[in-house]
Design a protein around this ligand. Structure first.
Ligand code: PLP
Length: 391
């Protein structure tokens, strides 16, 4: 078979998750019962009122036609109202909102919209791996935004070399680390971005999921944030809508215009009935999102307390639905393989998220509590078996 992929496509990094899913599926086919804590897909269904809004919109034949290239005005207005109610941030629906076909596609195409080949882009390491794909498709150079436990997985702007970089991605609450940012950090980010002439993209995918009373702040709450950047908000996590493929970007109008120009040529926006459902989601009571955050918090407590009792001192994240745990021995690859093959627990090895993840694994909190309990019990047994061999 001929390799028809362009040289550009050949620069894309490996999609590690595809390999992991195949490995887990092969073990299951061979009869193993694997507890899947590796993936990051919300496990619960979309709330009924949102599904009902889709149903009603689907029966309206006007949604069957091409919609506006840049998305429905009604959805953009709902986004503006959501940002005002949720974060006290004023957003102009006409010029400061872009509707995205899922945030992944927005985040990955964005570098092409605002960078020239050869420009630098600062990407979190560890961070969401697909950001790198976006950089490669734009011919941009990836500069590591190194995030260490010692600095609470926040970048250290005092030592950060931004030479050649024009764009910086941030993501709090963070995938994979579960770290959160404070309003003061975002204020510092705006100052830093202005000083270094950087555009900022804040990926707010887990914005609705804070624990222990932490309410994740929006980057746009920082004074002057709209001068330097945008925030990308997905419906996938806050509303359990990962399959619906709908998200939006808000903020700096020049960046929004660049995204929309690209979209004018490549998409005719999200299916209008889904946009109607997204309006219903954004207008739904905040308690829906808060209840979901409490559910993840209970799962976090279950996992963290269980692992600590098993002798693995993992940190309790303040947000996202991930637990980022330093491996007790070896490296991420060997330890995650041991968990998979010897305990039947699938976790994500940290190197999927960059070199800084080499000594970590990521647990997803997207399985019900009994599954989490069973995973903990299996890990405890594995540790006990190794302890016995050692003594
Ligand atoms: C940090 C982060 N950003 C973006 C996405 C993409 O979300 P979606 O494409 O469903 O909007 C994910 C999905 O897991 C994520 O973890």
């Amino acid at each position: 078979m001929a390799d028809r992929r362009s040289n550009l496509l050949k620069t894309l990094p490996p999609q590690h998750f595809v390999g992991l899913a195949a490995e887990v599926a092969a073990l299951e086919q061979a009869g193993a019962e694997i507890i899947r804590l590796g993936q990051g897909t919300p496990d619960l269904p979309t709330p009924a009122p949102i599904c009902e809004a889709l149903e009603a919109a689907l029966l309206d034949p006007t949604t069957h036609q091409y919609g506006p290239f840049r998305g429905q005005d009604r959805l953009k207005r709902a986004v503006a109202t959501f940002y005002l109610n949720e974060y006290g941030v004023e957003v102009d629906a006409a010029s400061e909102v872009a509707i995205l076909i899922g945030s992944k596609s927005g985040l990955i195409t964005l570098p092409q919209c605002v960078l020239e080949p050869g420009d630098g882009i600062l990407l979190p390491n560890p961070g969401y791996p697909d950001y790198i794909s976006g950089a490669r498709l734009a011919g941009a150079h990836v500069h590591d935004l190194v995030l260490t436990e010692a600095n609470d997985f926040l970048p250290d702007y005092h030592t950060l070399d931004t030479h050649g970089a024009r764009l910086m991605y941030l993501n709090y609450p963070s995938n994979p680390t579960g770290a959160v940012a404070s309003p003061a950090f975002f204020e510092e980010t705006v100052r830093f971005a202005k000083e270094r002439d950087l555009m900022v993209v804040h990926d707010f995918a887990y914005g609705s999921i804070g624990f222990d009373g932490h309410v994740p702040p929006s980057f746009l709450q920082a004074g002057g944030a709209k001068d330097v950047g945008i925030e990308v908000y997905t419906m996938s996590k806050a509303f359990n809508m990962s399959g619906w493929r709908v998200a939006f970007a808000v903020g700096n109008k020049d960046i929004i215009e660049a995204i929309n120009t690209y979209q004018d040529h490549v998409h005719v926006s999200v299916f209008s009935a889904i946009q109607e459902a997204a309006v219903a989601a954004l207008e739904s009571p905040k308690s829906l999102r808060d209840d979901l955050a409490r559910l993840y918090e209970a799962r976090r407590d279950r996992l963290v307390n269980g692992l600590r009792q098993a002798g693995w001192d993992v940190p309790a994240p303040k947000g996202s639905f991930f637990v980022w745990a330093k491996v007790p021995e070896g490296d991420a690859k060997s330890f995650s393989q041991k968990l998979l093959h010897e305990a039947g627990v699938a976790v994500t090895p940290g190197y999927f998220f960059g070199t800084e993840g080499d000594r970590y694994v990521r647990f997803g909190l997207v399985s019900p509590e009994p599954k989490i309990d069973e995973a903990v019990a299996r890990i405890e047994q594995l540790f006990a078996a190794y302890e016995e061999v050692r003594t």
